[in-house]
Design a protein around this ligand. Structure first.
Ligand SMILES: [Zn+2]
Length: 138
C-alpha cells in the first residue's frame, strides 16, 4: 500500500468514526428531547390528578390514557435509540467504572461488572409507571 493509499484509508476510517459520532449524537439529542416530552407529560398528569383531587372527584388512569400511551411510546423510542447507539459503536462504556469495553463483552474487563444484555428481539420493558402500579396492587 502506498503512502497516499495509507493516508486515504486512514482518513476514511477517521471519517467513518466521525460519522458514527455524529449519528450517535443525533440519537442522543433525540432522546434528550423525548425525555423532555416525557417530563412534560408527567407534569400534565400531575396537574390533572391534582385538579381532580381538589374538586373532590375520583381519579382513574383512564383520564390520562392519552398521556400514558404517549409516555409508553416515548420510552420505547428511547430504548430503540439506545440500542441503535450501541449498535453503531463497536465499544460500550461500563456503567460501573466508565471504561470502554468491546460491544460483545458480557462483563467489564476492567471491574468485572456485568453488562445488561441488549437484545433487539426481546419484548419491550414494562414502562416504569406500570411496574409501580402492579406493585401497589399487591
Ligand atoms: Zn467496569
Amino acid at each position: 500500500m502506498s503512502f497516499i493509499d495509507k493516508l486515504k484509508s486512514g482518513m476514511t476510517e477517521a471519517g467513518n468514526k466521525a460519522k458514527i459520532l455524529v449519528e450517535q449524537n443525533k440519537l442522543k439529542l433525540a432522546n434528550v428531547s423525548k425525555q423532555t416530552q416525557i417530563e412534560k407529560l408527567y407534569k400534565e398528569i400531575g396537574a390533572k390528578v391534582t385538579k381532580r383531587h381538589l374538586a373532590g372527584e375520583q381519579f382513574s388512569t383512564d383520564d390520562c390514557k392519552q398521556e400514558l400511551e404517549a409516555i409508553s411510546i416515548l420510552l420505547l423510542e428511547i430504548e430503540q435509540n439506545e440500542i441503535e447507539i450501541a449498535q453503531l459503536s463497536d465499544e460500550k462504556v461500563c456503567k460501573q467504572c466508565g471504561k470502554d469495553n468491546t460491544i460483545v463483552a458480557k462483563v467489564c474487563i476492567h471491574c468485572n461488572a456485568p453488562f445488561d444484555i441488549i437484545d433487539a428481539n426481546a419484548p419491550p420493558h414494562t414502562p416504569v409507571y406500570l411496574e409501580e402500579n402492579t406493585k401497589e396492587e399487591k
